[in-house]
Design a protein around this ligand. Structure first.
Ligand SMILES: [Zn+2]
Length: 142
């Protein structure tokens, strides 16, 4: 019996759209649900994550690694919000070098740095909605 502890929480950087909503930096998918389930873009016959596929929702162990991933897709740092998520109980978790990927997550925290004139999105119950403008670095527990 293994005594390894599997870490099931991590960070993902989301792009903050001009509309104040969050989008995945790589594929530009609107991230508007507190609970999210991955679909495989390559093979819809299997349920993410699959070991020999790249599908699933990726989480990084540190904010820095999540930011570095988000910046690969051309966003400026102030355009990114760090989102903390946890794998839903029962969903498969595959550990990789700097984090994990899983099939289903709950967003538990959104952080953002100041961006002038931006309406930051928040969750109300399970759906992302817009809120007012922030004037300083801020965060929200969901
Ligand atoms: Zn797949």
């Amino acid at each position: 019996m293994s005594s390894d502890v599997v870490i099931t929480v991590g960070w993902h950087a989301m792009r903050i759209g001009e509309d104040g909503m969050l989008y995945t930096p790589a594929r530009g998918i609107l991230w508007d649900a507190r609970f999210a389930h991955a679909l495989c873009p390559l093979d819809q016959s299997h349920e993410p994550p699959v070991i020999n596929c790249s599908c699933g929702i990726y989480l990084w162990y540190t904010e820095k690694e999540a930011m570095e991933h988000g910046l690969k897709y051309g966003a400026e740092p102030e355009e990114l919000a760090l989102v903390r998520m946890r794998a839903l109980e029962g969903s498969t978790v595959i550990i990789h070098e700097n984090g994990l990927r899983t099939g289903a997550v709950e967003t538990v925290l959104i952080t953002t740095s100041y961006r002038s004139g931006l309406n930051l999105a928040f969750y109300s119950n399970t759906t992302l909605v817009r809120l007012g403008v922030f004037n300083e670095a801020s965060y929200a527990f969901i």
